[in-house]
Design a binder for this molecule. Sequence first.
Ligand code: DLL
Length: 429
Amino acid sequence: METMHRTKIRELQLERLQHIVRYCYENVPFYHQRFDSIGLKPEHIRTLEDVRLIPPTTKADLRDNYPFGLFAVPRSKVVRIHASSGTTGKPTVVGYTKNDLEMWAEIMARIISAAGVTEKDTAQICFGYGLFTGALGLHYGLEKVGAAVIPASSGNSEKQLMLMKDFGTTTLIATPTYAMYLGELANELGYKPADFQLRVGLFGSEGCTTELRSKIEKRLGLFATDNYGMSELIGPGVSGECELRVGLHFAEDHFLPEIVDPETLEPRAEGESGELIVTTLTKEAMPLLRYRTRDLTRITYEPCKCGRTTARMEKVMGRSDDMLKIRGVNVFPSQIESVIMQIKQISPHYMLYIRREGYHDTLEVQVELVDGSLLTSFRELEELTQTIRAKLRVVLGIDAKVKLVGPKTIERFAGGKAKRIVDLRDMKA
Ligand code: DLL
């Protein structure tokens, strides 16, 4: 699959595209109505480029059809459900059939093998097990490769290091920031590089500059690849680097990528950067046609020196919306806004400060009191702060620091686009 001639890849993609378009039209009322409203029929898709006739699917469409409205199969065929952050309080849901899970394990196994991991390896998964797709995605792929999996999950870092040493972990699965944090902690706790047998790191779920990656590699004594994916499409597995690390190989037999201008949605030429749009070609439970990932990147179709002929995407360069990744968790300012709006003692004005303390990302939410007299009551201030923190935790899934400031002290951005996010993280640090 990974070394097919490009003509063959395109033939396979077209065959699968035509099938999935008809499948969506016949099984997902949302797509049926959308096609009918513009007079589009599945048979109008005659070439791969005809995919552009289909209107894009967005996160808002997922939200409007929450939780299972976009499923194409009866509930009896769904064997797994995952979710990630939505733009408001409700998560974005994704379902899998048995075949979807099999396909997921297969594409994961390919990426894991491309990074050089084999059945001789012992892999410690430090992604959180749960609704997040990272842990279980890697888990089944690693088992398929035959590696020994340690489902350590996230957190409890001292124990992570102990397991890493005692179990002879060779492969670390984590976000780059958590990997860096583990490296720092190992140093602080007096571990020596020789205590570990680490060899390979499969990082992902958030961006990482090559500078930061080199630092992590040095500190932990491993070689790390970058891996990309998103829950809506399947989870990790959409693309990943091989050992040459010259772009992330796209699982093109299951996902059809396009790069478009994020404003006009016009196609961008090969090699030009823009927003990535992806059509799932084989998914059964929740196929998506032209899903707007909001991730900015570029794609080359030049075969890689490793022998793989699949399209390669560059590391994600940014987002075309305001989503933030904080400690591997997707955070939308609109989620924070939805919490703030519910609390009558504070005004709708807020600022978000994201900092990197050591290798730990922190989020501070500054909110403004409506009534300045509250500032004199420590107890009331403390209670209000804790209430806001607890509500934010429920919606965001991470802890935020809450700072209450006096009335009318937060900038008003009259006439301009509000700049409420101050990202102070130095990604090269
Ligand atoms: O982060 C899936 C994943 C898990 C990928 C583990 C790799 C490893 P979500 O939580 O839905 O899914 O977040 C998806 O995270 O749209 C990107 O903005 C960002 N993202 C994911 N991988 C990378 C990466 C998982 N390698 C969103 N570099 C995506 C930069 C990434 N950003």
